[in-house]
Design a protein. Sequence first.
Length: 452
Amino acid sequence: MNKQKKALIKTYKEMAPAIMVAMIATGLGFLALYTSGVPMISDFGKMLTIGIVISFIIALLFLLPLLFIRDQHFPVKASKAKNKKTNGKFLYHFTKRILKFKYFIIVIAFILAGLGIYFDQKVRVETDIESFMPQDSEALDDIYELRDRMGSTDQIAIVIKSDDLLSDENISWYLTNTNQLKKSFEDEIVQVNSLLTLAETLNYDLDSVGIHTMVDQLPEEQSKVWINSKGNEMVLSVMIDKLPTEELEVFLNELNEYFIENEKTGLDVVITGQAVIDVTMISSLTTGRYTITILGMLAVFLGLIIIYRNPLKALTPLIPITLIVGWSGFVMYLLDIAYTPLTATLGALIIGIGTEFTILIMDRYHKTKHNSEDAEENISNSVNTIGKPILISAITTIGGFSALIISDFEILKNFGIMTVINLVLAIISTLIIMPVILNLQANLTLKFKKAK
């Protein structure tokens, strides 16, 4: 067997299992995105999971055989310089130096992570579509101009359901409460439009006979805007001022309480519209992102327990990742970058990408730790061996996401900035924190054995 075949077989034996474990852990981290209440986030998780599986298959079935064919049939003559022993030892010496300050480093890392988790609660949440758009676009200027002329471009829909929708008694209730709504919420409501508003404009009587007559005479395309064909659902269109998300949520809650207090037997009132969707999205982004992160961590931990059958070994790669989650929140607060439907996925991305790196470091260490009783030596050699491929992988990924930074869309730009920052934090955590964790774990294990 020639050396190319031996190298191929050795690569499959030594690297494929570790990469597969890393891929599974990454996929489990991304699976947490499926639980999001925001469809675009759950779909993003699905595409990420599919992407890593395809990448793994391509790497094993196409990339490695391609490299084998290249070396087998198109060998490159090694230069004299390459024949010399030139294996870089930078990461080896770097890790050795890091491990001398391991206690200081781990304390600072946890303090920063704790601060990050605290300040993450204060990071803004942005769901306003207008803020995602290029701020100098003509479409946005048109929206502003339309808002200036009409008084508002934001609205909510109040859907009223009843089997006797257009009775005189119900019509009287609509009129009374439409006027009362304007008085009760004069700072928020600009205008209320409905079937009754149209009847008043067309000079129809505001009673059951007049409204029925108007509905029968109107073209179906016009009448169905306000009432359905069965005549049991009607819409009140409420134009509202442009409100910050917090004030919008308060307004909708107060509006809901108003209709509860003024409830009428036989009428079912439902508040809906884009504003309600925005508030729901805010809730998903503020509370949902923590759920996604925790579920992602739990899924990866359980998956690694099944694979390694060792709780400590399953937990070890996740400790540096937990720190990145905290650091990321601190950076977002300092840079005043808001959570959006895209940046809300950062927790899962950190878990997925970061766990892959830490697992590869840990796997290399456990394969070489029997070479020497010196834990620091084994860890330094492991980082020196696998650190360069991890760095190259991270740098190429950073290069890909960096393209988003030049986007005119703020939502993509900020997502690109934070993804690049998180990848840098993943490198720091993998090459600095992970060796420290492995060294502390080795020291504790040794003390435990001596105590026994």
